[in-house]
Ligand binder design. Structure first.
Ligand SMILES: [Zn+2]
Length: 92
């Protein structure tokens, strides 16, 4: 049996070695996932649209809520530039 085989057998007895040996493949898989996420976020101009899931949902207008003016409530209008979906939200 050669020295290399002896070293490999010795390494297999080291706790966590199997996990360490699998790291290059794991890093490559994570790199691919990060690149896919970066590619998806690169054209982002806003948050994720609840309807079409694209990253083009953004605040287009904000004003005091006319029905809760005395409470200081604001009404925000959001719109997706990809699909046109609109939503309104109130905040204090
Ligand atoms: Zn949309």
């Amino acid at each position: 049996m050669g020295v290399l085989e002896d070293v490999m057998k010795a390494l297999e007895r080291v706790p966590g070695w199997k996990r360490i040996a699998a790291l290059p493949k794991e890093v490559d898989e994570l790199r691919a996932r990060v690149e896919a996420l970066e590619k998806r976020l690169q054209p982002a101009t806003g948050d994720q649209c609840p309807k079409c899931r694209e990253m083009h949902f953004m605040l287009v207008q904000s004003h005091p809520d006319p029905y809760m003016l005395e409470l200081g409530v604001m009404r925000d209008h959001y719109q997706c530039s990809a699909c046109g979906y609109q939503d309104q939200r109130t905040r204090t």
